[in-house]
Design a protein around this ligand. Structure first.
Ligand code: M6R
Length: 609
């Protein structure tokens, strides 16, 4: 989704700003822009529809000197993707970039038009520029003008403003969209994601909800939502990300698929002994909290929601407690019943997904005994606002299609099952068995990745297809859902997932030779039931692609292609069976020639609702 970079420095900053945008490309966007104020007070603004490369080419052709600047990648919400709607937006002296949505932009626009302001775009963002310009008339500084303006906004914003007549400072404000200040030596920066600033600093301060800050080359002044001066702690980042480094891989997605054994090893590291999960894995006070927990409510979106669905099977069958899982955008707008001693678990790669964050905030008022987030980004809003955090340690995930974040979430959720289960009847022998299964994961994943070349061949059969069905049962049903999501988001083939037992209640009507049916079939207690469902498809002329345990006795023939997946412990089967589905989507997308790492219309981090 939209990305922000800003800088106030002695040196020329345009290259830093454009490089920052390049590092945020993975988030998804449709246009990019930059504005820089030169030391003599001239504003140079460049905006381009399309990739950051277009902007960077324009910058090379146009001298853009100056030490103070702001830049933005836009993911359209209000107004079509176009150069005139791209940020920065400018009023007379004020330039602004903005992530989020100003929900009351309509009445503000009318009020400002009434005062003579002319709007040059269809965006909600332009009201920020004009409103701050208006407030500046009666304010002693840009800071106080912004403080007055933000009080008039409904909605979400992470915004950075500069005044052409005073290039010594940037003013930034955050409510609902993340912003992080990067601290340099004699220069300071701002961004919506620390990844953008890693080439220039490793010291960061995270702004909190309602904060407004003034940033000069040598000072940072922060004020909380009540206008009181506050200190925010500076953190040293250990995140590493080189946007240019796909290593030997053609795409970040493929690199991230192959990183899974290593990522999962990291996720397990130091958190298990030979027999159980260590108490401190979920943070201080986790054991005391888990003893009380009798119900888990999971909230998440997209891929993270699918990992939550797998966790429900685990928590109820092994963890000994009830569990409900809900899409965060539904949960936040419905009155739900809070079970006694209920723990709210949010799951998110980015930790900034607007709906998931809103669900957590609502839950805080609703009587949960505590909140835990399973998250991949340290310092993200979900991590900071939850009582407990489990970091998935997958490393930066750049491909929009989530891969290693998903499988490491599943590892975290399996450990949560162990941690809660031990207070709810999970025996020592069961715990030991689960620990051994988790420890076997990296090696089993390596083995499973060896299926890549046979899956690549299989992918050729999907090139001319427009629809597909994914089937699974039990804890493989969410894996089928995840497989369908992967295929649709990167290959643009319509894909639906069904619990295989549901076929006969409607979807069987769709079966013909043009509709590939993908089945995940580990050798578990539901295998016979699944085999019957597969026969129902075969009897109606369907073409099947079955990822099956070698002992499950599926045979390849004219209407059925079988890929044998290594035999694994049932606990880790959902993680293992995810891999062939990720590879299948990837290779189908390659054949279809889509933009694998940045599929059309999508954003990596969905910070608006
Ligand atoms: O950062 P989050 O895990 O909260 O993101 C939630 C979804 O937007 C995300 O999982 C999305 O569905 C994936 N890009 C799909 O691959």
């Amino acid at each position: 989704m939209c990305g922000i970079v800003g800088a106030v420095a002695q040196r020329d900053v345009v290259e830093i700003l454009v490089e920052g945008l390049r590092r945020l490309e993975y988030r998804g966007y449709d246009s990019a822009g930059v504005a820089v104020i030169s030391n003599s007070g001239e504003l140079q603004r460049l905006r381009r529809l399309g990739k950051v490369k277009e902007l960077s080419d324009a910058v090379k052709l146009t001298p853009t000197p100056g030490g103070t600047g702001i830049a933005h990648t836009r993911w359209a919400t209000h107004g079509e993707p176009s150069e005139r709607n791209a940020h920065p937006h400018v009023s007379e002296k004020i330039s602004v970039v903005h992530n989020g949505i100003i929900e009351n932009h309509g009445p503000l626009r009318e009020m400002l038009k009434g005062k003579g302001y002319v709007f040059n775009s269809d965006t909600d963002t332009e009201v920020i520029a004009h409103l701050v310009e208006e407030e500046l008339k009666t304010s002693e500084s840009l800071l106080s003008a912004v403080q007055k303006a933000v009080k008039q906004f409904n909605g979400a914003y992470g915004t950075v403003l500069m005044d052409q007549t005073d290039p010594s400072r940037l003013v930034v404000a955050r409510s609902g969209s993340p912003l992080v200040i990067g601290l340099g030596i004699g220069e300071n920066f701002i961004a919506s994601d620390q990844l953008a600033l890693l080439p220039v600093t490793r010291r960061f301060m995270f702004l909190e909800e309602g904060d407004v800050a003034e940033i000069t080359r040598t000072t940072v002044r922060i004020f909380d939502k009540n206008g009181a001066p506050v200190e925010r702690v500076a953190h040293e980042s250990n995140v590493s990300y080189d946007a240019g480094d796909k290593g030997q891989y053609r795409h970040f997605m493929l690199k991230e698929i192959y990183e899974q054994p290593f990522a999962i090893n990291n996720t397990l590291e130091g958190r298990l002994n030979a027999e159980s999960v260590l108490d401190e894995t979920f943070g201080n006070g986790a054991a005391e909290l888990f003893k009380k927990v009798k119900h888990v409510q999971i909230v998440a979106c997209g891929t993270s929601y699918h990992s939550g669905m797998v966790a429900r099977y685990w928590l109820e069958s092994l963890g000994g407690i009830s569990c409900n899982v809900e899409i965060a955008s539904e949960f936040r707008y419905r009155k739900s019943f809070v079970q006694p001693n209920s723990l709210l678990v949010s799951i998110s790669q980015s930790g900034e997904t607007a709906d998931t964050l809103a669900a957590l905030r609502l839950a805080k008022e609703a009587g949960y005994v505590g909140s835990l987030t399973i998250c991949n980004v340290a310092g993200s809003s979900l991590v900071r606002e939850s009582d407990l955090a489990f970091m998935t340690r997958a490393g930066a995930e750049i491909g929009v299609a989530s891969t290693k974040a998903f499988t490491t979430q599943l590892v975290g959720l399996a450990m949560l099952t162990l941690a809660i289960g031990k207070y709810n009847g999970l025996t020592a022998a069961q715990q030991k068995d689960m620990v051994e299964a988790l420890r076997s994961l990296p090696a089993k994943l390596e083995q499973t990745l060896e299926l890549a070349s046979s899956i690549e061949k299989l992918a050729e059969e999907f090139a001319d297809k427009h629809n597909s069905l994914f089937l699974g049962r039990g804890d493989q049903y969410p894996i089928a859902m995840e497989g369908a999501l992967k295929l649709k988001e990167i290959s643009y083939i319509h894909a639906e997932a069904y619990a295989a037992g549901e076929l006969k209640h409607g979807p069987l009507a769709l079966i013909d030779a043009q509709m590939p049916i993908i089945v995940v079939a580990p050798n578990n207690e539901l295998l016979e039931k699944l085999q019957s469902n597969v026969e129902e498809v075969r009897a109606r002329g369907g073409i099947l692609y079955v990822f099956a345990d070698a002992n499950a006795h599926f045979k390849s023939d004219a209407t059925q292609r079988v890929v044998n997946v290594p035999h694994v412990h049932p606990l880790i089967a959902p993680i293992i069976y995810t891999i062939p589905l990720q590879l299948l989507s990837y290779y189908v997308a390659i054949i279809k020639g889509t933009d694998v790492d940045q599929p059309r219309n999508l954003a990596k981090s969905v910070t608006v609702e």
